[in-house]
Design a protein around this ligand. Structure first.
Ligand code: URA
Length: 231
């Protein structure tokens, strides 16, 4: 399909309808220059089908699985990480390696249920080679999927774990150390940046003021805010 034909699929009049527009996955543009408008996907399943055939950036060529997300599709809390690693690429599920196990412990420590209360996903859906940080181009190519995931899940709270998701979505340039633990609003949604669990694995101290100690403060704030919003 030519680029012009692909663009015409997204004739804006199609999006003035209230119901999502149905497209065959193979008709949806794979070129990163072509936008994926809000409302394209009517379910996470159809989004996942497209992610698994996506070639909007070069990461698509090497993936085993696109890693879309896991957890409750109606969860009140959405956790957004950076990108899949090897375990995630192999299983198609985010945060299933060591960092994921620590994330599970952190969630469980404040009696949140990762199957009920949380939906976990990443800024970028395919594994960057050698687990390098995704490039700006890769983040931009993948961003429409994440925006659609946020629309579909419609979480009350978004947690950015690590700088990639925070910067990629909000454009925030300050580092996580500066702004973690602060409530902020993005696109009308309540958000907080928290340390990435992989960073906590590299910094195991639990002393007051250490990254792990700070994470404990932050996750308790999240629990308290959820209780407040649900009361
Ligand atoms: N780190 C991430 O940011 N995401 C994963 O899915 C796994 C490790």
């Amino acid at each position: 399909m030519s680029e012009v034909e692909q663009y015409s699929l997204f004739d804006q009049s199609a999006f003035n309808q209230s119901k999502p527009v149905q497209f065959q996955a193979e008709q949806i543009p794979t070129d990163a220059k072509i936008p994926i408008p809000s409302g394209t996907y009517d379910s996470m399943e159809s989004l996942a089908v497209h992610c698994n055939s996506c070639q909007r950036c070069e990461l698509g060529a090497k993936r085993i699985n696109a890693v879309v997300g896991r957890g409750n599709l109606n969860a009140p809390i959405m956790v957004i990480g950076e990108a899949p690693g090897q375990n995630e690429d192999e299983t198609g599920k985010p945060f299933v390696g060591k960092a994921g196990q620590l994330l599970e412990k952190i969630i469980a420590a404040v009696k949140l249920d990762s199957d009920q209360d949380i939906y976990i996903c990443n800024m970028v859906k395919c594994r960057p080679p050698g687990n390098r940080t995704p490039t700006t181009q890769e983040v931009e190519a993948c961003k429409p999927y994440l925006l659609e995931q946020i629309r579909l899940v419609d979480p009350k709270i978004i947690l950015f774990t690590g700088a990639t998701a925070l910067k990629g979505l909000t454009g925030e340039k300050r580092g996580i150390t500066k702004i973690r633990g602060e409530w902020r609003e993005w696109e009308g949604r309540l958000c907080m940046a928290i340390f990435h669990p992989a960073y906590l694995l590299r910094n195991p101290s639990r002393q007051q003021g250490s990254p792990k100690w700070l994470m404990w403060q932050d996750i308790q704030k999240v629990r308290a805010k959820l209780d407040e919003l649900c009361s």
